[in-house]
Ligand binder design. Sequence first.
Ligand code: DOR
Ligand code: ZN
Length: 350
Amino acid sequence: MPSSIDRLTIIQPDDWHLHLRDGPALRDTVNDAARHFARAIVMPNLAPPVITTAQAEAYRQRILAARPEASDWQALMVLYLTDNTPADEIDRAVASGNIHAVKYYPAGATTNSDSGVTDIKKVYPVLERMQKLGLPLLLHGEVTDTHIDIFDREAMFIERILIPLCLQFPDLKIVLEHITTEQGVAFVSNSGDNIAATITPQHLLCNRNDLLAGGIRPHNYCLPILKRSNHQQALINAATSGSAKFFLGTDSAPHPQNKKESACGCAGCYSHHAAIELYAEVFERAQALDKLEGFASLFGPAFYGLPVNQKTLSLRRAPWQLPASTQLGGDPMVPFYASETLQWAVVDGE
Ligand code: DOR
Ligand code: ZN
C-alpha cells in the first residue's frame, strides 16, 4: 500500500561505499556523486591500487579537480590493504586527516583485487594499529576458494574469517560492506557497536531471479552476487529497521556497456544516476520512508565519527523513468534499473 505523503525532506545523505574510477571517467562519476550527496567513501581498487597515503592524497586531488564548479562535495579516502602494507602506513593515513578507512579485498575476490590480502593473518600487525587508532576496516566479505559455491561465499566468510577476526580484535571498527545475506544481517545485528554494514540498492531491489530468470541480465551482475529472495527480504528489514548498524553504501561501480555485455562480463552496477531515489523506492515499498533519513544521513557519520551534514535534500512523489543509457568517460554505459520507473524524484535547487 503506498504511503500518503508526497514530499520528504531529509538531511543531505552520504555514500559510504563508492567506486569513482580514474582518468576520463571521473568527470561523469564525480558529477553524479556530487549532485545529491555531500560525501563519499571512495574505494581504492584502481589499477594499480591506492596503497599508500601519498597515492590516496594524489587520487583525492584528481577527484576534487573533477568536481562541478562551486561544489563542496567531499571525497573520504580509503587505503587498499595488501600483504605488504606496513603498520606505519596507518599512522601516516590517520595523520593525513583525509583517509577514513582501510579496505580489505581477499586476493582475487573481485574487480582489481589481485593485490589484495592472501591470508588475513599476514596483516594482523596492521589491524592491531588500526584498532589502536580507531581507523575502520572495510571488508569485502567473501571467501575466494574456487570450490566454494559463489552463493555461499559471504556466509562462509563470516564463519571462517570474520568471527575469528572479531575475537582477535574485539575493538576494531569493521564495516561488512554490501551485505547480501540473512547471515550477514544476523552477524552484524548480534555484534557490538563497532561492527556495522552497508547495503546497496541492487541488493534491496533485486534477487537472483532478476539476474538469471528469463535470460541473463548482465547489468544486474555484481559481487557479492544477488542472492535468493529470503536474503533480499532480510536486507530490506535491516535497512528499514531504524538500526544504526545498517547504512547507505551504493557500491556504485561503473563499467562501460561493452565490458558488461560480454562473454565474461564485469561485476558492478552503476547506481549514482539515481541513488537516493532508488533507496526511496525501497523504503516506500516497505512503508518505511520515515526511516530513510537515519539510514542515508545519520548512521554513517555516527559510525565514522564525522559531523552530520548541514544541508537538506527534498524528494517529491513524481514518477520518472530512468535513462536507458548514460556516459562513462566517453563510452556508453547502461546504469542499474535502466528504463525502469521510480516513484520519487529529487527536488533540485533547494
Ligand atoms: O560488483 C562489484 N564491482 N563488486 C566489487 O566488489 C567491485 C566492484 C567494481 O569495482 O567493479
Ligand atoms: Zn565496492
